[in-house]
Write a protein that binds this ligand. Sequence first.
Ligand code: NAP
Ligand code: HSE
Length: 443
Amino acid sequence: MTAPTVIRIGLCGFGTVGQGVWKHFERSRAELESRLGVRLELARAAVRDAKKKRGVSIPAHKLTSDPLSIATDPSIDIVCELMGGTGLARQVTLAALSRGKIVVSANKALICEHGAEIFETARRHGAHFLFEASVAGGIPIIKSLREGLVANRFPLIYGILNGTCNYILTQMEESDTPYQAVLADAKRLGYAEADESLDVGGWDAAHKAAVLTYLAHGVWVKTNQMIVDGIERLTPADFRHAEQLGYGIKLLAIISRDFATDELSVRVHPTLLPSSHVIANVNGVFNAVSVKGDVVGTTLYIGRGAGQDATSSAVISDLADAVELLKNDRRAFITARKESRNVTKKAACKLAAPQNIRGRYYLRLTVKDRPGVLAKIASLMADQHVSIASVIQNRADRPDAASLVLTTHESNEKAMQSTLVRLKKLPAVVDTPLLLRIADFAD
Ligand code: NAP
Ligand code: HSE
């Protein structure tokens, strides 16, 4: 088979990411063509509203409101799915893959929900699905896990995977800007998902954690099998308390596997991280991923995790790989290691039971400011075998109430969840308690 001389690309979605891809692709097209040795054509783009005013101009005849017409167009070799969502995006992706096309995607929600079906469809039709932009924006974390770290098993991967949340948390920590104002800013800057509750609720980071888990361990973990807590209930006071204790607060995704018991846990939650830790100092829209490999040790990746430019950088890297695949008659450079091997084999690891997920905790309570309340709380926690390490008491915002911040010695998820249930029922506890995890990661 002779290598193609012109490769035609279709963009399904021409919003923040789609326009960024177009803009940067056109800017660097001559260099890309010379390095890849083919002519490249951005042939068509699909949008919902063709009349919408856009920051990047595109010839009107290239626009369509029918993304499926791009996915099924025989003259298009590579389809970029940059619409988002899991309905039409799934249809477009499967339609293109089942025609043997290469699909490039930034859609972590889709991969988390339908990854098994997508990879199986690609395999069956000799197609390829590339997804560098789906996790950690411009950081090449997918390539690193799949190619650069191919020699390793991964006992621990953790980090900041959502730029919107990190942007909000940084602003909350550094200034007393109200949460809603910072969120509006993150939306204006093109960081947030169309449905921003995916960001602040921790779901977007959970989708990304599912993708990394699949690459590292070859299993699909659904979000309902993870612990997922968002950042909505954090207040500036939590940052002050954390600082007093020597910590910063970050929304972390943590994927840990104990290779002795073969238990895997995947979780996303606001986490107290020692202030001196590198990741505690990664701010704004930046993401950071720490990957511990059993051969290499710990490696750390930091870069912009959201926004038009960082994301297009990752999409264009996939486009270049897609071109190489087409030139090489679709033979993958490193056969997608986890994609074929572990999915069929149903990898051996199982999800860790809550009592085996261990750590220290931060608990914020608003309580009636009465004698004996602290003693009651301490006794309730002792009944659950949870040992208190420190207590900070301040006046609460409401009258006759105190704000209590407790940290615990090492405990586990089961004990802490049953502690929470019991605390909520105490008449002296006047607000839903806030539970944060403390991670004493050394590197
Ligand atoms: P966006 O700005 O909302 O753009 C979505 C694009 O898809 C728009 O052009 C929209 O058309 C089009 N679209 C949506 N539904 C459609 C439909 N039914 N038919 C035709 N076109 C449709 O979203 P985005 O921020 O670019 O995100 C796109 C994808 O990239 C998502 O999966 C997101 O999770 C992922 N991602 C985003 C970022 C980021 O920083 N923004 C980073 C990494 C990954 P209109 O323009 O006419 O509305
Ligand atoms: N909404 C996502 C974020 C976009 O803020 O991280 C990048 O995936």
